[in-house]
Design a protein around this ligand. Sequence first.
Ligand SMILES: Nc1nc2c(ncn2[C@@H]2O[C@H](COP(=O)(O)OP(=O)(O)O)[C@@H](O)[C@H]2O)c(=O)[nH]1
Ligand SMILES: [Mg+2]
Length: 303
Amino acid sequence: MSFFEKLKAGLAKTKSSFDEKINNVFKNFRKVDEELLEELEEALILSDVGFETTNKIIEKLRDKIKLNKIEDSDEVKKALCEIISEILKQNESGLKLETKPSVILVIGVNGAGKTTSIGKMSANFKAEGKKVLVAAADTFRAAAIEQLEVWTERAGVDILKKPEGADPASVAFDACKKAKEENYDIVIIDTAGRLHTKKNLMDELGKIERTIKKELPDASEEILIVLDGTSGQNAMIQAKEFSDVTTITGIVLTKLDGTAKGGVVISICSELNVPVKYIGVGEKIDDLQVFNAEDFAKALLDN
Ligand SMILES: Nc1nc2c(ncn2[C@@H]2O[C@H](COP(=O)(O)OP(=O)(O)O)[C@@H](O)[C@H]2O)c(=O)[nH]1
Ligand SMILES: [Mg+2]
């Protein structure tokens, strides 16, 4: 399967639910009026696009309809798709990994898909010929370290680990040091998603970040938050909470294959000033894709 076909297959549930809701609105189409816009508004909210972004889309659509004197239902649909695809493209940006080593710190709540995404990412980098070191800084549970180890073996990359309960910042420290001394291209740091309290978790992330800055002050650093696409608008809330305590540079949105709630990508692109960098479209090692707004828009909106 080509990259695009896989994306399309991954987004199939989201697409069919989105199409169904939008097509339902147009089934009873009589004319372009406020009622039609209201029905479209409802369809977008039901597609997990969120209030704020939906309002923005409808306002733009209203302007477009006026400006272009649109009277035809197909033209309305086309205008709607154009607006959504502009939103998806608005702050698209690739990973910035300009130094050797570069650092990727991976954060997010438990179960979002951090460890799995790190495994997939490592395999991608390895395929590009990069030397990758993964740091097991989720020391909260032994199982978390073992799970990461399975993924690094699968990807054929190195892991730096310590026993369960070790200080996560010390794992990050050792990994940064090793990466520097042994010429790694990329260090990817896995972190815990849950501690006893939210404050604990945030303090721990802060400590890891300070360690990286101290050990590799000039390194490119990506702080990627992993969000579970099946959680719909909850993913937005999590991103906002984490961004209160750290500077997120990118989003990895996972599990888009299992959900009809992929519309959340539109609100993430619109409301968070953080680019989506990767999307997860399955559980296998090659199921993580670099986010390409153009392709995503096509897979979601084209017939
Ligand atoms: N279908 C699907 N499942 C995923 C994806 N990414 C992660 N998962 C699953 O989500 C579950 C939690 O993932 P894990 O990496 O352990 O989350 P973590 O707690 O954030 O490290 C696992 O069962 C993964 O297989 C994805 O893109 N698609
Ligand atoms: Mg994990």
